[in-house]
Design a protein around this ligand. Sequence first.
Ligand code: NDP
Ligand code: 2IT
Length: 449
Amino acid sequence: MKKKTQKQLDTFLEKLAERNPHQPEFQQAVKEVLQSVVPYIAQHEKYQDQALLERITEPERIITFRVVWQDDDGALHVNRGYRVQFNSAIGPYKGGIRFTPTVTPSVLKFLAFEQIFKNSLTGLPMGGGKGGSDFNPRDRSDSEVMRFCQAFMTELYRHIGPDTDIPAGDINVSAREIGYLYGQYKKIANVHQPVLTGKGLAYGGSKIRTEATGYGNVFFMREMLKRVGKEIEGTTAVVSGSGNVAQHTAEKWIALGGKVLAMSDSDGTIYDESGISQEKLEWIKDLKNNKRGRIKEYAKEFDAEFREGKKPWDIKSDVAFPCATQNEIEKKDAEKLVKNGCQALSEGANMPCTEAAMEVLRDSDILYAPGKASNAGGVAVSGLEISQNILRLSWSREEVEERLEKIMQEIHEKCLEYGIDDNGNADYVKGANIAGFVKVADAMIALGV
Ligand code: NDP
Ligand code: 2IT
């Protein structure tokens, strides 16, 4: 980066930090995007003198609300609900809802900010948004989760709509929660509308939406490997997490001939040297999605190793798929991956690498896919779910999966269009950031202020 451009970026980030104090995740996400975008703007007059950086880093609207609900013993609880409606230049706000105690305005702003560029990359007309609550569903009964979802939607419903804002799932929000949320929306609004995605197949959901993020993640990895003449067949992988994205990343990896050595949850990692087969994966799905159990139970059932409190990054494997949460790969983890000869890393989670970890990966020979490109398959199929709802029809599994594959290939191509360096190497971080930015910036300029 030229000295003058670096100075401009530093000054902007200083002001951003002053304007958004105590929001480290948001500042981290903005810095990551602007490191690619600011030099690009410096070379393209069209994007100058438009206050684009100031505008694109300021959410259009943030809604905060009180959520009061009753537990099974009759006690009342108060949680905080949020929806960050960050940018609607290219379409209605779109992005997931997350229920976990680590939800803060900073986390939701980083996620909504990432979502702007991710949604742009899908090629579908979706703006960026994200929402959630600090509610912890762990150890809560079904009826408690239902009452919480109903209370959450009772306020959220007035802020969303098929042409305004269409939430979906994210951490701890999947089929069960989307069902309760949609049920409450329908009761209040008295309409069936594509106002949430990730719906059940019985009431308007799309085939493959459950699988889409994980499958898309593997499709993106396949494109990266293909470009350098490598194949999935026989290649080993470690996957963090054992929720929606992790399960379906593992599933597609296994289906394409790869081997999965490890998965994890917030308690630790299971290491199965013989590989997690599809049959064992079905057992994990039942454990996590129905029994809501802990991953360590896998070790007992299949005589594998359980590494308490450990992440999977020190297990030697050909590729890595972080699919749990933000900042789960620290500098030392990235160094370990490089040292162990890991060849490629594709992010299923949003911003799973710390800034320092990212630097290590980008300075290495590892093929590195940032989440806004590699995990975009989930929101892409959400977009396809909206299209099917509007058309009032339902596409087959094959049709949706084919479209997903094509979208992931196109995202890969867009990353290359803006991300090839002087040596012909692919910088997917730069490519994804610039390609995502250009469409949104063009729309913002065209729409005026
Ligand atoms: P799930 O709730 O289904 O699964 C999350 C998994 O990550 C669980 O195994 C959970 O463990 C683990 N986990 C969560 N928090 C932590 C933590 N602090 N430390 C260690 N492990 C943790 O969520 P998803 O699979 O939907 O989401 C995973 C990631 O993928 C998130 O970053 C999300 O934003 C991203 N993403 C999701 C998309 C989707 O369509 N669902 C789309 C694109 C990205 P435990 O069981 O112990 O809680
Ligand atoms: O991070 C994400 O892209 C998601 N959680 C999916 C969002 C969506 O609207 O499907």
